[in-house]
Design a protein around this ligand. Structure first.
Ligand code: CMX
Length: 136
């Protein structure tokens, strides 16, 4: 993994949190998006060499709703930018990493995404995020 694409941050409310990022920290908003497949509304912010992704659950059974309930607001995942996501997934599997799906799934911004279980990544939820766009 050579590049971090974004850091996902779980929040209860994007509208309440956004002014802290845009006005207090001065990080420009790139855009907002609904991600129904994950039960989420997300906002991407441009922090220079990396993006921040605010994650607000819109469905009670979304992974982020469970995270907020158990751990409260805060850093939720780190996403590596990759190409050839299926190849990267197969390599990780061969190294014994537990992936949360056998195949990539559609994520925000038209990306294909896959997650590594935090129990096999020493407590961190890592995402693979492929925006090469040839699988949509
Ligand atoms: N970071 C680190 N650890 C986490 C975690 C996170 N984000 N979420 C859960 N965990 C921990 C739990 O606290 C639990 O630890 P303990 O057993 O020590 O308490 C452990 O992982 C396993 O939990 P679990 O009961 O097996 O599973 P959960 O129901 O908590 O779900 C996970 C965890 C990772 C499987 C689930 O969140 C998931 O499927 N995530 C992938 C999808 C996702 O996160 N989507 C949101 C982002 C989408 C986007 O960016 O577009």
């Amino acid at each position: 993994m050579k590049r971090v694409d974004h850091i996902g941050i779980a929040v209860k409310s994007i509208s309440e949190t956004l002014p802290y990022y845009t006005d207090t920290l001065g990080i420009p908003l790139i855009g907002m998006e609904d991600v129904p497949s994950q039960g989420l509304k997300v906002a991407f912010l441009d922090a220079g060499n990396i993006k921040l992704e605010l994650l607000e659950p819109v469905s009670e059974d979304s992974a982020v709703a469970k995270f907020l309930e158990k751990r409260g607001e805060g850093v939720h995942h780190i996403a590596f930018g990759v190409t050839d996501i299926q190849e990267r997934m197969d390599e990780l599997k061969a190294h014994g990493v537990r992936l949360l799906s056998d195949e990539p799934r559609p994520g925000a911004g038209g990306a294909q995404v896959a997650f590594m279980h935090p129990k096999s990544s020493y407590g961190v939820l890592y995402e693979l995020c492929d925006k090469s766009g040839d699988r949509e």
